[in-house]
Design a protein around this ligand. Structure first.
Ligand SMILES: Cc1cc2nc3c(=O)[nH]c(=O)nc-3n(C[C@H](O)[C@H](O)[C@H](O)COP(=O)(O)OP(=O)(O)OC[C@H]3O[C@@H](n4cnc5c(N)ncnc54)[C@H](O)[C@@H]3O)c2cc1C
Length: 453
C-alpha cells in the first residue's frame, strides 16, 4: 500500500502550479485537508469568509470530492489527523505571516514528538519573504532597491513557476494524483457577504487572468495607462484570488515573461505591483510587530484623536458620508462590492489620517472587515504607507487633497456617480471638514514629532 501524506491547504487553494502538492504526490497517496481555524475566522469579515467558503467548494471539486474539512485548532487537528491516517509527512506551502509562523512551529513540534514531520515547500509569493536582502544581509526597508533585486532574481530564474506546471487536470508533474480521504466536517457556513462576490476558485482565477492577458485596452498590455483610472475599472481584480492562492504570482509573471523578459510598460508596471505585494510580505516577515504598530516608532508620539467626536467622524467616513465625493465613492464601493480601486484606497486612507487625524489602525480594521481581498501585509502596510508611519514612499508631509484627486483621477465624475447616487442632489452632505485647515493641523502635529519646519 502506498504511503499516505497529508496536504494541508491554507492560502494555496488550488491544485495546479503547486510545489507542495507536487512533493506530496511524489511521496504517494494524498489526503487533502483544510482546517477552519476559529482564530482566523474571527478576524475575517463576512465578504472574505464567504469567498473562502466558495473557494473551498471549488477545491473540493478539484480534489474529486476528497477534501477533508475539519473545524478547530490546527495545532491539535493536524497532528491528530496525521496519527489517524498513519501519515509520516504533512506537506504545506510555507506561511510567512506572524500567526501562521507561530502556528506552524507548534504543529511541527507536535508532529516531531510523534515521529512525523511538517514539510514546507514553496510560498505564496513570487520570492520567499526574507530571501531578498542587501549585500550585508540586512532586509530592505525601501521599495525601489528591493524591487530592483526582485526583478533581477526572477529574471535569472526565467520567471519559471515554482515546481511543476500542472493544469488541475488530475495529474501533477505528469503523475496522476492519488487522492484519499477520511470523514470530515462540512465546510464553514457561507455568511451573507452583504455584497456581490466575484467567482471563486482556481478555474475562475485562471479564466480571469487569461481574459486580462489578452483584453484590448482594458488588460495588462495597457495597465500603465489605465491603472489610476477608477472609472475605467480596468485593473485585474485578481487580488481575492491571490489572497487565497487560487492562482500563484509566479504563474502571472511566467505568462508575462513569455520567454523573452517582461516587456512593455503595461506588463512591467503590473509586475512591479506584484513586487509591492512581495515587499509588504517581506517587511511584515522581518518585523511582525508592524502588523498593528508603526514601522517608524518616531510616529508613536503623534497626536491622534480617539474621543467620542473622533468616533463620530470615523462613522461618517465608514458610511461614505464625508461630503468629499471621491472619498465617499470609494467607501461606498467597498460596502457594495467588498473591493475598492487602489488609487481610491490611497485617497480614503490619507483622508482618514490627515484630514480626520484618526489612527490608521481604525481604517485598516474597517478595510479588513469589508475587503474580500483583505490581507494583513498588503492592507496594513498600505495603510502605513498612506499614514506616513511605514516604508518611506509617502512622507507624512505630503497630504493628498481629496478635491484635486477627484478632479485629476475622475475628471468626468463617472466613478463618483456610479457609487454615490445622491451626488447630484440636495441630500449629498457638505464637506465634513475644511481640507486646507486640516492639512495645516496635520502638518503642525507632524512638526511636533519630527521637529521639521
Ligand atoms: C490602504 C490600502 C489598503 C490595501 N489593502 C489591501 C489588501 O487588504 N489586500 C490586497 O491584496 N491589496 C491591498 N491593497 C493594495 C491594492 O489596492 C490592491 O491589491 C488592488 O487594488 C487590488 O486590485 P487588483 O487585483 O485589480 O490590482 P491590480 O492593479 O490588477 O494589481 C495586480 C496585483 O498586484 C498586487 N498589488 C497591486 N497594488 C498593490 C499594492 N499597492 N500593494 C500590494 N500589492 C499590490 C495585488 O496582489 C493585485 O491583485 C491596499 C492598498 C492600500 C493603499
Amino acid at each position: 500500500m502506498a504511503a499516505v501524506s497529508v496536504m494541508w491547504f491554507r492560502r494555496d487553494l488550488r491544485v495546479g502550479d503547486h510545489p507542495a502538492l507536487a512533493a506530496a504526490v511524489e511521496a504517494g497517496d494524498v489526503l487533502p485537508l483544510f482546517v477552519v481555524d476559529p482564530v482566523l475566522m474571527e478576524r475575517s469579515g463576512a465578504p472574505r469568509a464567504a469567498h473562502l467558503h466558495d473557494c473551498l467548494l471549488a477545491l473540493r471539486e478539484s480534489t474529486d470530492g476528497h477534501l477533508v474539512v475539519r473545524h478547530g485548532d490546527p495545532t491539535e487537528i493536524v497532528p491528530a489527523l496525521a496519527a489517524e491516517t498513519g501519515a509520516e509527512t504533512v506537506f504545506v506551502t510555507r506561511d510567512h505571516g506572524p500567526y501562521g509562523r507561530r502556528r506552524d512551529a507548534e504543529v511541527a513540534d507536535r508532529l516531531r514528538s510523534d515521529d512525523r514531520k511538517l514539510r514546507g515547500v514553496g510560498c505564496n509569493y513570487a520570492l520567499e519573504p526574507g530571501s531578498v536582502r542587501k549585500r550585508d544581509g540586512d532586509p530592505y526597508a525601501v521599495f525601489t532597491p528591493f524591487s530592483r533585486v526582485w526583478f533581477d532574481v526572477l529574471a535569472g530564474e526565467s520567471y519559471s513557476v515554482p515546481g511543476d506546471v500542472t493544469a488541475a487536470d488530475g495529474t501533477c508533474d505528469g503523475r496522476p494524483i492519488a487522492w484519499t480521504t477520511v470523514d470530515g466536517d462540512d465546510p464553514p457556513g457561507r455568511p451573507d457577504p452583504g455584497c456581490e462576490l466575484p467567482p471563486a476558485g482556481e478555474a475562475a482565477a485562471l479564466e480571469r487572468w487569461r481574459e486580462y492577458l489578452v483584453a484590448d485596452g482594458r488588460g495588462v498590455r495597457d495597465y500603465d495607462q489605465h491603472r489610476d483610472d477608477p472609472a475605467a475599472d480596468a485593473t485585474s481584480h485578481l487580488s481575492p484570488h491571490l489572497k487565497w492562492g487560487a492562482i500563484h504570482p509566479r504563474r502571472l509573471l511566467s505568462d508575462l515573461h513569455a520567454g523573452n523578459g517582461i516587456r512593455g510598460d503595461g506588463p512591467r508596471t503590473f509586475a512591479s505591483e506584484l513586487a509591492w505585494r512581495d515587499f509588504y510580505a517581506d517587511v511584515l516577515f522581518q518585523r511582525p510587530a508592524t502588523a498593528w504598530s508603526n514601522l517608524n516608532p518616531k510616529m508613536d508620539t503623534m497626536r491622534l484623536d480617539r474621543d467620542d467626536a473622533a468616533r463620530e467622524l470615523f462613522q461618517q467616513w465608514c458610511d461614505g458620508r464625508t461630503g468629499f465625493p471621491i472619498v465617499d465613492a470609494g467607501m461606498r464601493q467597498l460596502l457594495a462590492t467588498g473591493w475598492m480601486h487602489n488609487r481610491v484606497r490611497m485617497i480614503v486612507a490619507s483622508f482618514l489620517v490627515k484630514d480626520l487625524h484618526l489612527p490608521w489602525q481604525w481604517g485598516a480594521r474597517h478595510f479588513l472587515d469589508h475587503l474580500v481581498d483583505g490581507d494583513l501585509a498588503s492592507n496594513n502596510h498600505g495603510w502605513q504607507w498612506a499614514a506616513g508611519t511605514g516604508t518611506d514612499a509617502a512622507p507624512y508631509f505630503r497630504v493628498f487633497n481629496p478635491t484635486r484627486q477627484f478632479e485629476r483621477y475622475d475628471p468626468d465624475g463617472d466613478y463618483v456617480r456610479r457609487w454615490v447616487d445622491d451626488f447630484d442632489t440636495d441630500r449629498y452632505p457638505d464637506p465634513m471638514v475644511d481640507h486646507a485647515a486640516e492639512r495645516d493641523e496635520a502638518l503642525a502635529r507632524y512638526k511636533e514629532v519630527s521637529g521639521r519646519s
